[in-house]
Design a protein around this ligand. Structure first.
Ligand SMILES: *Cc1c(COP(=O)(O)O)cnc(C)c1O
Length: 371
């Protein structure tokens, strides 16, 4: 029996995507690679709903966060970082590491950012050059209302830069980059794209390119301008993860066949199915308001009397099901179920069938939990 990998990345990959990776190497400066990167780039522009430049970087998602920072800021620039969890905090940390003067606007674990509060912070201080946002906070399973937040931001500062970590949302839930007027938006191959880790993809707006021209933080590997000039030749500045490009090429063709709208609907349906199944077991999800609950990952409170790590261990060793634990302040307090990318209702049903058996074995009693 194969493992049911229910973590929010790396996510399972279809067989033909994996097979594409076992191909022989090609010249990354030759015509065949040029064809592949050109096809990937224009397909990503469709999934991102953008006419902006789309760059592909050989990197983890965190590299894309770092790239967004080093390409748009100079040391001492002011940024407002809106954080609703671990990944929002990481965005702030990376910016601070490079000398950006970050003000953090934090919201409680399990809540979404309030667009009015973001607008108020911008009204109070006109010195911000950019707002740093997380679309889907993978650590708490909360999706921000990014459209409303972007609108609130533009209402105060029409030309401020909006930089978005959309690593665990883009491609899986609606995120029309141009309609929402977002400047730098990035994701990673191992989340909703059904591809192994190794590629980060980023959309860069005209407004962002102006900032890139002025940005003075030192950068080399992650230089957007180098990436853009090489892309014009159908190449990347440095040797790319060629096999991951093979995989992405196949995965994007499969996703094209399913269609963006159908992909979004599948994630919405499976997100609802997951939450309904969690509640039917007497368990509670972490997001306080269900309308902000993520359709790519569901965070669940570990019930009283149950040891979270012991539950995950039993699920893995006895039921072939791999769940994610909590991160940061939620370590040991929650478990998380990934439902993004190559996932079906059967995969989730199998996960809940296993949970139903495992939970009582680690001390769960639904009656006690309901009290
Ligand atoms: C997974 C994730 C990251 C980090 O990606 P890595 O590839 O592990 O560096 C950052 N932000 C969000 C929202 C994520 O889900």
């Amino acid at each position: 029996m194969s493992v049911n990998l229910r973590i929010p990345g790396p996510t399972p990959c279809p067989d033909d995507v994996l097979q594409a990776m076992s191909r022989q190497m090609i010249n990354h400066r030759g015509p065949e690679f040029q064809e592949i990167i050109t096809r990937i780039t224009s397909s990503l522009q469709q999934f991102f709903e953008t006419k902006n430049d789309v760059l592909t970087l050989t990197s983890a998602g965190t590299g894309a966060i770092e790239a967004a920072v080093v390409n748009t800021f100079s040391p001492g620039d002011r940024a407002l970082c809106v954080s609703i969890g671990v990944f929002g905090d990481r965005f702030a940390d990376i910016a601070q590491t490079y000398g950006v003067n970050v003000e953090k606007l934090s919201f409680d674990q399990g809540t979404a950012a309030d667009p009015d509060a973001v607008a108020a912070a911008l009204k109070k201080d006109a010195s911000f050059k950019a707002v740093l946002l997380t679309h889907n906070e993978t650590s708490t399973g909360v999706t921000n209302d990014l459209g409303a937040i972007a609108k609130a931001i533009r209402g105060v500062r029409p030309d401020i830069l909006i930089l978005v970590d959309a690593i665990s949302s883009l491609g899986s839930v609606p995120l029309p980059i141009d309609a929402w007027d977002l400047d730098v938006v990035f994701t990673g191959s191992q989340k909703g794209w059904m591809v192994p880790p190794g590629m980060a993809m980023v959309a860069v707006s005209q407004r962002a390119w102006k900032a890139v021209d002025q940005a003075r933080i030192p950068r080399y590997y992650f230089d957007y301008k180098k990436a853009k000039s090489y892309l014009e030749k159908g190449q990347t500045p440095w040797t790319p993860a060629v096999s991951v490009y093979f995989a992405m090429d196949v995965a994007l063709q499969k996703l094209q066949k399913e269609g963006l709208k159908n992909i979004h609907e599948r994630h919405a349906r499976l997100g609802q199915f997951t939450r309904d199944s969690v509640k039917a077991m007497g368990l509670k999800i972490v997001p306080g308001e269900e309308r902000y609950a993520s359709n790519t990952v569901t965070a669940v409170w570990v019930p009283d009397g149950v040891d979270g790590p012991a539950l995950n261990k039993m699920m893995r060793t006895e039921y072939n099901t791999v769940l994610a634990g909590g991160q940061g302040p939620l370590t040991g307090k929650i478990f998380r179920i990934g439902h993004l990318g190559f996932v079906s209702q059967e995969d989730l049903q199998a996960c809940f069938d296993a949970l139903k058996q495992a939970l009582p074995r680690v001390g769960y009693s639904p009656v006690a939990a309901a009290r």
